[in-house]
Design a protein. Structure first.
Lengths: 112, 111
């Protein structure tokens, strides 16, 4: 299965600042997915990122708050902009494969 | 809107016990149901089920899907402390490569 390197593993950020999370996949993939897991909650899809086109955002998520880049078939970034304490969550990238979906190691974000 | 409901929300058992975790779903154009284990941050893949009535097995873990009644179960036999985790169920629909997750079952194994 694909191996996904996700950075940073964790960060503590001041409110009002932005953080960019990176995911590098060891193989070429068409779509990459970004999820958020708020404390005590399950995973919620933020957006789907295709190479060469704008990301598709789920209801409740907007590009200004969560801009995504997908410059090639092995890499993507998610930025959490103008952060507030409500953005404190685990952020995960994921890719689909024939026998399931693989997740990156996750980024634990705390906004103070 | 796709819906996935897991039960129980949490479960505490003693080492060596057998547990059954439940997942019911409502989804249009169902393609597959997936089980994941989440210990820290990243969910790790356990099973992908697409056909009804066929059990998937890996060591002490097994899972089965009932497409008529729209549910799946995950069984863990002879539980060990390393099985302590959150177990997540997710569904995928045809033509839409994204997962809808349930809220998870938090399993705690007491030595």
């Amino acid at each position: 299965s694909a191996v996904i390197s996700q950075k940073p593993s964790r960060d503590i950020c001041q409110r009002g600042t932005s953080l960019t999370i990176q995911c590098q996949v060891d193989s070429q993939v068409t779509m990459m997915f970004w999820y958020r897991q708020q404390p005590g909650q399950s995973l919620t899809l933020i957006a789907t990122a295709n190479q060469g086109s704008e990301a598709t955002y789920e209801s409740g998520f907007v590009i200004d708050k969560f801009p995504i880049s997908r410059p090639n078939l092995t890499f993507s970034t998610l930025t959490v902009s103008n952060m507030s304490p409500e953005d404190s969550s685990i952020y995960l990238c994921s890719v689909g494969e024939e026998y399931g979906y693989t997740f990156g190691s996750g980024t634990r974000l705390t906004v103070v | 809107e796709d819906k996935v409901v897991q039960s129980p929300l949490s479960l505490v058992v003693h080492e060596g016990d057998t547990v059954t975790l439940n997942c019911s779903y409502e989804v249009t154009n169902f393609r597959s149901l997936l089980w994941y284990k989440q210990e820290k941050k990243a969910p790790t893949f356990l099973f992908m089920l697409t056909s009804s009535g066929i059990e998937k097995k890996s060591g002490r873990l097994s899972s089965i899907l009932d497409k008529k009644e729209l549910f799946s179960i995950l069984n863990i036999t002879a539980t060990q402390t390393g099985d302590s985790a959150i177990y997540l169920c997710a569904v995928e629909r045809f033509g839409n490569e994204k997962l809808t997750f349930g809220t998870g079952t938090r399993l705690t194994i007491i030595p």
